[in-house]
Design a protein around this ligand. Sequence first.
Ligand SMILES: C[S@@+](CC[C@H](N)C(=O)[O-])C[C@H]1O[C@@H](n2cnc3c(N)ncnc32)[C@H](O)[C@@H]1O
Length: 261
Amino acid sequence: MVAGHPVLPKGTCVADHRRSAIRTAVVWDALLAALEVQAAKAGRPVEVVDLGGGTGGSAVRIAQLGHRVTVVDPSPDALASLERRAAEHGLRDRVRGVLGDAAGLLDVVAESSADLALCHGVLEVIDDPPQAIATLHTVLRPAAAFSVLATQRHAAVLARAMAGHLVDAQHLLVDPAGRWGAGDPVPRRFTEAEIVSMLESAGFRPQTVHGIRTFTDLVPGALVDVEPGAAESLLALERATAERPEFRAIATQLHVVAIRD
Ligand SMILES: C[S@@+](CC[C@H](N)C(=O)[O-])C[C@H]1O[C@@H](n2cnc3c(N)ncnc32)[C@H](O)[C@@H]1O
């Protein structure tokens, strides 16, 4: 098990869990640091808003640390799973699921009420990412933290080319939404410059930028599952390269922690 990772969710096999823990370790390193800073500043548990938080993978883990999380998501099914998960962990008093979406966030979350906002895997699927970022700025208190995780265009170019879809790879390079074609299931992908520009335009100051799943998505899963020590080595490699621009550029996702002005 990767150090510090929470209890295995029901129905998850150990190999899946290990791979998932490696994929998300760098995100959690930065997120836990941001939570510590916000908790120290506030002198109380952190108030978190998780926009598009889905079934609560992040929310439950944050609540296990003593913080309070409001998950806003348009999927009733996801919210039902979230509630079950929170109940299983005895966290119903610290995790709140609210039916809503990015466009209507201010109808369900008060202005200047949160110390930390999460927007993980959501900018890709919503209609108006800059508007969502501006709204999250409104629900955050001054000097609060914002954690953004988004799919990166460059990695998709590489993946598409390596799979032999060379025309798609070229399309991805220039498509305004970062899609490889009409059949692409991902509505939008971003470059680091696009993410940083959206954040700065909304009044956020990016503090850390990490590449996520730089090697995890390239290394065969079987190697990690069977080779002794491979999981630990892969994790060490992800951590060692996450901040380096030359590797960040080809990471599947980018994770940015920004501070609200
Ligand atoms: C890829 S999942 C990410 C879930 C979670 N944040 C995570 O990192 O595992 C995308 C989530 O965005 C939600 N979503 C879709 N459209 C949305 C919208 N307009 N506003 C907010 N959330 C939305 C979906 O219901 C889903 O839970």
